[in-house]
Design a protein around this ligand. Structure first.
Ligand code: NOJ
Length: 523
């Protein structure tokens, strides 16, 4: 149930606004373009706040809009305390926050502490300075291996593929766990931490309600930078020895971030924490660290009731509060993950009801409420640095295509400019916001209805879930004490529903039975 929360802080019953919130991730580049350059911007977001209020989300997460040469679309930050002219200016940001707050919507923003842009003043100074200088100590510069230092200092690979080290003209190497344009900062240097605190305070003082911390499992590097197991996955998600991520030292950094946030009651931070298991994830959620950490397991689980149930049980048992998400700008859209086409949409709709029935926090990714799938893009349109190093098949652009708002053809009122930064498919006319608002059977209508029930209906109270016996390929759980029952059918046959009043179904029932690839809510 929506808590009555006073201003930024605690609700009357002691709850905090974020503990059961539905966040909506806005990939700013792709949401709405106000100035006709084909790229989304802050004023575009402000102009669409009415839609977000209608949709019924509690809070926004805005992806980076800071000064950047855009080598990784803003995750390469050249000045973390200013707005890139591509996205607007500080006045546009302030106007957006003020209007969102007036509509009862919280605003959270990305912060990117692990690395800067190679165009950041610090990195330029580091390149101009000598090895061993204080300027280089803000980053991770090392001499190479081999007789003339011609080999990288260790065998680390970048999460985007290729080596994690780039050599500079004087022969030293610098570390970048992502693109070469994203040099890693050295958090053992107090100056680096002080600068992060300054950035946090800068935005907190402008009224933001919290942060999404990029690569929150990065930042700390182990002493001696030992080699990784060459079998480890570049993404950092395998169980082989991989000292690039999730080092114990990272927790002290989170404690220091938390201290800053605690000075601003009612604010929060969610971490992007890619770790292979829930026990590791739980370590980030200790009372003096992050408020929330994404549980990416639902993203990684295929559409199978037993597998989904295992994921949900492990998460609820280990990492509280659970922070559920089915997609973001880094992964395939769920419609495509579940097989694409009509079946992919049905399954994505079913999983939306599962996710929104669970206790905890939910993060939606812009466009999922429209049932958008990945878009096939011509290789020359790809702009993602991961496509450059790992090939077009690894491009994240397929899930970053601009949002279709209205009309019958691209750019569907996303922009006035037909040359949008990624091309929009011709066949999205039936998927626009305008078309779906009018259709009670649309995916958008399903999300609106589900969000309204989740917010207002007492059946959603309570943090416990109880599992029922269910036919093979299905599961059913009851939320307690509220009493909501959620049933998922991933089998190939229709199944009978348990007794009760049906509140919402992800697709029409067939003779009172729940068809395959569907979910239902009952009380
Ligand atoms: C995670 C972000 O979500 C992703 O888009 C980015 O490329 C990397 N971190 C590097 O900042």
């Amino acid at each position: 149930m929506r808590r009555s929360v006073d201003g930024r802080g605690e609700g009357a019953n002691g709850s905090l606004w974020w503990q059961d919130a539905v966040f909506y991730q806005i990939y700013v580049r792709s949401f709405a373009d106000s100035d006709g350059d084909g790229i989304g911007d802050l004023e575009g977001v402000r102009s669409r706040l009415g839609y977000l209020e209608l949709l019924g989300v509690d809070a926004l997460w805005l992806t980076p809009f800071f000064r950047s040469p855009m080598a990784d679309h803003g995750y390469d930050v050249a000045d973390p305390r200013d707005v890139d002219p591509l996205f607007g200016d500080l006045a546009a940001f302030d106007a957006l926050v003020a209007e969102a707050h007036a509509r009862g919507i919280k605003v959270t923003i990305d912060v990117v502490p692990n690395h800067t842009s190679s165009e950041h003043a610090w990195f330029r100074a580091a390149l101009a300075a000598r090895p061993g200088s204080p300027e280089r100590e803000r980053y991770v510069f090392r001499d190479g291996r081999g007789p003339s230092g011609e080999h990288p200092p260790n065998n680390w690979v970048s999460a985007f593929g290729g080596p994690a080290w780039t050599r500079v003209p004087d022969g030293q190497w610098y570390l970048h766990l992502f693109a070469p344009e994203q040099p890693d900062l050295n958090f053992a240097n107090p100056e680096v931490h002080a600068d992060l605190e300054r950035t946090l305070r800068f935005w907190l003082n402008r009224g933001v309600d919290g942060f999404r911390i990029d690569v929150a499992h990065g930042m700390a590097k182990p002493p001696g930078l030992p080699d990784m197991d060459p079998r480890a996955d570049p993404s950092g998600m395998s169980s082989y020895f991989d000292p690039r991520f999730d080092n114990d030292g990272v927790h002290e950094i989170h404690q220091r971030i938390r201290k800053v946030l605690d000075e601003y009651p009612g604010t929060m931070a969610v971490g992007e924490v890619w770790v292979p298991d829930e026990e590791r994830l739980a370590r980030y959620l200790r009372p003096d660290e992050l408020h929330l950490a994404f549980n990416f397991r639902l993203v990684l689980t295929h559409f199978d009731a037993d597998a989904m149930r295992g994921t949900i049980e492990r998460s609820l048992a280990n990492a509280q509060p659970s922070t559920w998400t089915l997609s973001n700008h880094d992964v395939w859209r769920q419609v495509s993950r579940y097989g694409g086409g009509a079946q992919g949409v049905l399954r994505a709709r079913a999983m939306a009801l599962v996710e929104l029935a669970l206790p905890g926090v939910v993060y939606l990714y812009n466009g999922e409420e429209l049932g958008l799938g990945n878009v096939e893009l011509p290789p020359e349109a790809m702009a993602d640095p991961r496509a450059r190093t790992s090939g077009a098949a690894h491009s994240r652009d397929v899930a970053r295509v601009p949002i279709p708002w209205e009309g019958g053809e691209p750019p569907f009122a996303f922009s006035t400019n037909a040359a949008t930064w990624l091309p929009m498919p011709e066949d999205w006319a039936a998927l626009t916001v305008e078309a779906q608002l009018e259709d009670t059977g649309s995916t958008l209508s399903l999300y609106r209805h589900a969000l309204e029930l989740r917010r207002d209906h007492p059946a959603f109270d309570g943090g416990e879930i109880e599992w029922y016996g269910a036919p093979a390929g299905c599961f059913a759980f009851r939320r307690a004490p509220g009493g909501l029952v959620c049933v998922l059918n991933t089998s190939a046959s229709p199944v009978a529903l348990p007794p009760g009043e049906v509140l919402l179904t992800s697709t029409e029932l067939v003779e009172g039975r729940l068809p395959p690839d569907a979910a239902a809510w009952l009380v």
